[in-house]
Design a protein around this ligand. Structure first.
Ligand code: BES
Ligand code: ZN
Ligand code: ZN
Length: 471
């Protein structure tokens, strides 16, 4: 589970070893006998990308990537190869790593892929296996790998994955807030938690409406990282959807579709992870996280289709489907963000099945308003981290789809363009440069997704961290 990354200058004959190489690399100095050398040569000739030699006291793994991809896609290929190597490690807990093709193969990406692969979620198994501690010793690190940065990003991604994987039975809105606070105590950001009373006094109508059917109180958490020498005066604000469970409410979901709805706080989990990564790496940028949280369920008091809700910013919303609840709580958080006069606001949400259907788990559906330049930058970081954005059109035409007969707007837009009408709904609550990221597709996968694993993927943490670092 934990990955420790160290520097080392010599390799002993007992060290398990990973060598990044190319098809011409001579491996004479690595204590291979002549059979082994011949084996490696023949495998190199066959363009085998991963060559494993099981010696008596150690394993040597030679990674020999085909250069059939370039740029960011080659870097992603390296992360994926690292994931395959990880599956070869099994019970090995310590490995030395040497890059013999240093000009051509990115060590950072390899170490990243290896350490991200080292994740298991078995908090709820009665005979819990202890996850393994993996120590990676980088031989002759020339500075291209910042060990502590990778370790901290890695821990942040795991934090997000743990939060998202934790079932609703163990993570109510108050628990989510508490976990955010704990992450802040560890990494250095400050957390303020509003309880129901405070949320009522602020008249956050959207959050309160969704919470009406719950037996648990809502929370609204403010995560603040304001380093003294921050380069930006106006904060960047990250807003995360914190629906700790989405039954759909009175517009009840069918069992298939409801079963994974513990995932519906992935936006919030990603904000916590990103804030943790930013603070623990002491990034000199002023950043605020906002997390509205509740579950969405039916009950005698639940909000109902047909209701009209007055939101925090006084706009009125006709609720026509209680399953479109994410936008109700996000809207209040987005209007609350106004008071900070933000430079940019990015929200993350498992907002629509439509986004997931449109592009699957391979990327993030994005929209923006007044933030074209920032969105371009984010896209570039997305390609770099392979947490890629697919931008939807955001034409005025879609605004008509959420006009209401009885209130200012309605909370659904009909059968077409569901991801976009959800974004359009949110755009009624912003007065600043804004990017909307719908992560319903990639946040959670039901079968293995390479180094991202199975279940929660943590997608978005590396994207936000790198974006803000370079902001
Ligand atoms: N939480 C869901 C969206 C979702 C779907 C997340 C699949 C993760 C995986 C959201 O609250 C929702 O139910 N959206 C509805 C909106 C509709 C009622 C307009 C949807 O997508 O069907
Ligand atoms: Zn819903
Ligand atoms: Zn939802």
């Amino acid at each position: 589970m934990k990955t420790i990354i160290k520097n080392k200058n010599t390799i002993s004959k007992k060290d398990n070893l990973i060598i990044l190489a190319n098809k011409n690399t001579k491996l004479e100095s690595y204590d291979l006998n002549s059979d082994e050398k011949n084996y490696v040569k023949s495998q190199q000739k066959n363009k085998q990308e991963i060559i494993v030699i099981n010696q008596y006291s150690r394993k040597i793994i030679i990674v020999n990537p085909n250069k059939n991809k370039v740029g960011n896609l080659f870097i992603e290929k390296i992360r994926c190869l690292a994931n395959k190597v990880f599956s070869e490690l099994k019970e090995i807990g310590s490995i030395s790593f040497k890059n013999l093709d240093i000009d051509n193969i990115d060590s950072y990406a390899f170490i990243e892929g290896l350490s991200l692969s080292n994740y298991e979620f078995n908090n709820h198994k009665s005979k819990a296996k202890k996850g393994k501690i993996l120590t990676i010793n980088i031989i002759n690190n020339n500075g291209s790998v910042n060990n502590s940065e990778i370790e901290k990003i890695n821990e942040s991604v795991k934090l997000t994955k743990d939060l998202v994987n934790t079932p609703f039975s163990h993570l109510k809105a108050a628990d989510l807030a508490k976990q955010a606070k704990q992450a802040g105590e560890k990494s250095g950001f400050k957390t303020t938690i509003f309880n129901k009373k405070k949320i009522q006094s602020l008249k956050m109508g959207g959050l309160l409406a969704v919470n009406q059917g719950s037996i648990d109180e809502p929370t609204f958490s403010i995560l603040e990282w304001k380093p003294k020498k921050a380069k930006n005066k106006k904060p960047i604000i990250l807003v995360g959807k914190g629906i700790v469970y989405d039954t759909g409410g009175l517009s009840l979901k069918p069992t298939k579709g409801m079963d994974i709805m513990k995932v519906d706080m992935a936006g919030a989990g990603t904000v916590v992870g990103a804030m943790h990564a930013i603070a623990s790496n002491n990034i000199q940028k002023y950043v605020i996280g906002l997390i509205p949280a509740t579950d969405n369920r039916p009950s005698g008091n639940a909000y109902a289709p047909g209701d009209v809700v007055t939101m925090f910013n006084k706009l009125t919303v006709e609720v026509l489907n209680t399953d479109a609840e994410g936008r109700m709580i996000l809207a209040d958080a987005l209007s609350y963000a106004d008071k900070y006069k933000p430079e940019l606001v990015i929200d993350l949400a498992t907002l629509t099945g439509a986004a997931a259907r449109a592009i699957g788990h391979f990327g993030i559906v994005s929209m923006q308003k007044n933030a074209e330049k920032y969105h371009e930058d984010l896209k570039e970081i997305g390609n770099m981290t392979h947490e890629r954005l697919a931008e939807m059109p955001f034409w005025d035409d879609y605004d008509n789809l959420i006009k209401s007969d009885v209130a200012d707007i309605k909370n659904i837009g009909g059968p077409i363009a569901g991801a976009i009408t959800a974004g359009k709904f949110l755009s009624n609550f912003i007065n600043y440069p804004w990017i909307h990221l719908d992560i319903a597709g990639p946040a959670y996968v039901e079968s293995n997704y390479g180094y991202r694993g199975k279940g929660a993927t943590g997608m978005g943490v590396r994207l936000l961290y790198n974006f803000i670092k370079n902001f």
